[in-house]
Design a protein around this ligand. Sequence first.
Ligand SMILES: [Zn+2]
Ligand SMILES: [Zn+2]
Length: 312
Amino acid sequence: MNRREFLETVAAAAALPSFARQTASQSEWGSPVFDLHFHMRPQPAANLAHLDGAGVTKANLLTRGAAFDQVKAIDAAAPGRFTWFNSYDVTKPDAEQVLTQAVKAGAQGFGEMKFHVAADGPELRRMYALAADLRVPILIHFQEVDHFKDEGAWSTGYAKTFESILKANPKTTFIGHADAFWANVSADYHNQAAYPSGPIARGGVTDRWLSNYPNLFGDLSANSGNNALSRDRTFTPDFLKRHQDKLFFGSDCSCNDGHGAGTSQANNPAAARLAGKCVARETLTVVKRSTSDEVFRKIVWGNVHKLLQIPA
Ligand SMILES: [Zn+2]
Ligand SMILES: [Zn+2]
């Protein structure tokens, strides 16, 4: 190829819509990939840079408050590659009204719900009921241990109280996420660290509840999900197999390029193990090496399409 032909080839590739460029990325993981936990970035190009860089086909934009115009702009830049969830301060009296409007405008779920309230408190209880009424899933951040001084905890009391919520709300689709959700795959967790390490004591509440409650699902994103899958290699393959219809791949990655540039875990000191890395890539890698091609495809692609009732 001479220089002119080379330049023409480069120009032709650059002119392709980004959707078409996904063919190569799909093969990178051996399956198309859907990122359930992707916080919307203001510029459409920044969203696409992460998806394309990490080999992700589609993503669910997590938004808070008024987001419709931004979602529309991103969707216009890459038709068919994004769904979206919306969240809103659950302590505000108009929370139900705002979230109902968001669903009417096309939001396919609530999330992420990350507020300094109790997991079984009145603020979230009304959201659980509304999610059932509107038939959308609700994605919740559970965290009991601060990452930064005086940060405060989020959706507290998970291990002690959430089973009663699962029982009381059989029509609500719950998606659990974050530190307390994933640390509780181990039966010996008592809020002693944000991200416990070492062998997993079998029979933790999250593992049992995923088995016992059809309305509970797990979002594998962030250091929390990655840590749960990485800390005990004898645990992971059976866990993925056992809950192969209940787990979703998500990244919660904030790196710039899908390769770890910039900041991947909001400079959280407790998550330093993922500094300089793309959480999407790290978690896809651990899931892929720990399970069959069939189960991998369900977790990174099939399950979320069933959840959101959209064609795969
Ligand atoms: Zn979160
Ligand atoms: Zn990343």
